[in-house]
Design a protein around this ligand. Structure first.
Ligand code: TLP
Length: 349
C-alpha cells in the first residue's frame, strides 16, 4: 500500500527505536526527566527562544498557546482554512472560549489590508483583539511556504496594535527549506511557536511549544490542565531528539517527490491541481471533473493500492513522506491515471 494520506503516518527510524530504549528517564511532571529537558533546551536554542515545552500533539500545542495568551471572550485572528480553525474540533472556542475571526487570505497568507481593516478601536462593546495565529507551512492552502517578509509584515501590524502572534509551525522545517531561510528567522517575530516531530520528521509522537521563559512557565500549567503532563516522557522525547538532529535535511526529498508527482498529474483528465507549483510536500487536487466525489475516488485508489486524503467533497490531498521513494511516485501516478481514465476498471468498493 502506498500511503499518501499524510506525513503523520511515518514510522520511527531504527535510530529512534534505539534512542527510546536507552533514554535516561525521570518524571517530567516533577520536571526531572533529563531526556525531555535536553530536547526542550535543544529546541529553544535552535529556534532562538528562551524556553520550550514538549507536548503530546500539535493540536495541544496550539491550544496551550491560545489558553496561555488569551482569556475567554478574546478575539483570535486566523487565516482562511487555518488548522486551528478548521481541524482542531473547535477547541479554541470549546475549551478556550475565544472568538475566532477569519481574515481574508491568499494561498494561506493573510492579506495585510484585510487584517488592518479588521482591527477594532478600543471600545467596551468589542471583544478584546488579542492574538494573531499564523501557519507556516499553510496546510490547507496547499502546503504553502509563506514568505518571511510577508510574515514579518503581519507581525509588525499586530505588534503596533498590541496583538500577540502565535505561529503554528507544525511544518516549520518544510517552510524553512522551501523558502531558503532558517526556522529561527521564521520564529523570530512570534510570541509563541509550535512545531511537530511526528510529521515529516518521523518521530512517533510529540510537538513542542516555544516562547519566553515566563510564557512557558504559564503554558506548563495549561498543559497540565489539559491532561498533557506526561511522566516518563523521555521515551518519546528521545525519538523526537533524533528527529530534530537527523531528519530535517531529508525533507527536501519529500518536496522534490511532491513536485515530481504533481508534474505527472497536471494533464490527468478531470483533475485540477489546486496550486500549480507545489512548494513543499503536499498536493491538493479538485477532482470534480472526474464525476466522482472524493470518498469514491479514495475508495477506488485504495482498491488499487493507494491511500489518499479526502479533505473536501471534491478535494483530494496527497502528501509525500519518508516512505515514498521515486518508485512509489511512479506507482502512485499509474494508479491515479487508472482511476481517472477508466474509473469503471477500478473495482468499486
Ligand atoms: N494536520 C494533520 C491533520 O489534522 C489534517 C495532517 O494530516 O496534516 N497544525 C497543522 C498545520 C497541522 O497540519 C496539524 C496536523 C496540526 C497542527 C495538529 O497536529 P496533531 O495531529 O499532532 O494534533
Amino acid at each position: 500500500m502506498i500511503d499518501l494520506r499524510s506525513d503523520t503516518i511515518t514510522k520511527p527510524t531504527p535510530e529512534m527505536y534505539e534512542a527510546m530504549v536507552s533514554a535516561p528517564l525521570g518524571d517530567d511532571v516533577f520536571g526531572d526527566d533529563p531526556t525531555v529537558q535536553r530536547l526542550e533546551q535543544a529546541c529553544a536554542t535552535r529556534l532562538g527562544k528562551e524556553a520550550a515545552m514538549f507536548v503530546p500533539s500539535g493540536t495541544m500545542a496550539n491550544l496551550v498557546c491560545i489558553l496561555t495568551h488569551c482569556r475567554p471572550g478574546d478575539e483570535v485572528f486566523v487565516s482562511e482554512g487555518a488548522h486551528i480553525y478548521e481541524f482542531e474540533s473547535g477547541a479554541l472556542s470549546a475549551v478556550g472560549g475565544v472568538i475566532p475571526r477569519v481574515l481574508p487570505s491568499k494561498d494561506g497568507a493573510i492579506e495585510p489590508a484585510g487584517f488592518e481593516a479588521a482591527m477594532r478601536p478600543a471600545n467596551m462593546h468589542f471583544p478584546r483583539s488579542r492574538l494573531l495565529c499564523l501557519e507556516n507551512t499553510h496546510n490547507n492552502a496547499g502546503g504553502v511556504a509563506i514568505p518571511l517578509e510577508h510574515q514579518k509584515r503581519l507581525c509588525v501590524l499586530a505588534q503596533d496594535q498590541g496583538i500577540l502572534v502565535h505561529l503554528d509551525g507544525a511544518r516549520i522545517w518544510n517552510a524553512a527549506i522551501a523558502l531558503g531561510v532558517s526556522a529561527r528567522d521564521l520564529a523570530a517575530d512570534a510570541d509563541s511557536v509550535s512545531f511537530c516531530f511526528s510529521k515529516g520528521l518521523s518521530a512517533p509522537v510529540g510537538s513542542v511549544v516555544l516562547g519566553t521563559e515566563d510564557f512557558i512557565n504559564q503554558a506548563r500549567r495549561k498543559r497540565k490542565m489539559l491532561g498533557g503532563g506526561m511522566r516518563q516522557a523521555g521515551v518519546l522525547a528521545a525519538a523526537a531528539q533524533v528527529a530534530l538532529d537527523t531528519m530535517i535535511d531529508r525533507l527536501a526529498d519529500d518536496h522534490r517527490r511532491a513536485a515530481m508527482l504533481a508534474e505527472r498529474l497536471v494533464d490527468l483528465k478531470g483533475i485540477l491541481l489546486i496550486r500549480n507549483g507545489v512548494q513543499t510536500n503536499m498536493i491538493f487536487m479538485d477532482i470534480s471533473g472526474t464525476g466522482m466525489i472524493s470518498r469514491e475516488f479514495a475508495d477506488r485508489c485504495k482498491r488499487l493500492g493507494l491511500l489518499v486524503n479526502t479533505p473536501g467533497r471534491y478535494r483530494i490531498r496527497l502528501v509525500t513522506n519518508r516512505h515514498i521513494d521515486d518508485h512509489a511516485v511512479e506507482e502512485a501516478t499509474q494508479i491515479l491515471r487508472k482511476v481517472v481514465t477508466s474509473p469503471a476498471d477500478s473495482p468499486a468498493p
